[in-house]
Design a protein around this ligand. Sequence first.
Ligand code: GUN
Length: 281
Amino acid sequence: MTAQRIDGNALSQKLRAEVSSRTAALKAKGITPGLAVILVGENPASQVYVRNKVKACQDSGLHSLLEKYPEDLTEKALLARIESLNQDPSIHGILVQLPLPKHIDAQKVIEAISPNKDVDGFHIASAGALMTGMPGFWPCTPYGCMKMLESIAYDLKGKHAVVIGRSNIVGKPMAMMLLQKNATVTISHSATTNLKAMTLQADVIVAAVGKRNVLTADMVKPGAVVLDVGMNRNDEGKLCGDVDFEGVEKVASYITPVPGGVGPMTITMLLVNTLEAAERI
Ligand code: GUN
């Protein structure tokens, strides 16, 4: 068996076309969805990410505001800026790019964002809403993974899903979303003793560790669906995920490639969340 690829670029294109038309409809009513993106410091990867987020907004007709601050910005100044963006009616989503410099308490900053504008879905109120099945913003990467499963009409009811990784940004919210769709969910992590025994039972595997070859072909049940959230470099400097793609694609039924899989979906779901924040007004 060779797995079918779930193409994140193609799915993103389709979803972004929907975002564009819903944005145009909202603009006709006098509301332009607006996203504020805050970058503190010079982290090169973060600079690329924020540039891509702003460009995606522009391409879909959303208003975006990119604010770059020097590394030595004080926590107090950042909190004050967030408070003024919370009050700004032209801004519907606020995103503070992580990581922040060490002297700034990232959690405090996240909690300062109004839950109504928390389009990253990182606020405790958003996490609590997801956990209890209440309306709220879902973190973009796991939300994108759910859209990928939806795109292949995959019914999670009664299936066993194994999430590898327990981060607040991907692993934990991913598990909650899968649970909400009636999967039986296992979260594995660095202290898990027999990962292979677990993944061999899985109908769906989400790898979100940030390490190459966490999942190899011998760990995958034939026909399983494999979503790769990893973003790493191999020895030749080429982008790769957490999954040994060449091996696993011979065993899985569906697989997401890296690049061109989950990656583009993350920004797409950010646009969706920002649009929905504006639609709720
Ligand atoms: N840093 C890496 N990924 C993300 C993300 O999705 N949102 C924010 N705010 N920072 C990040």
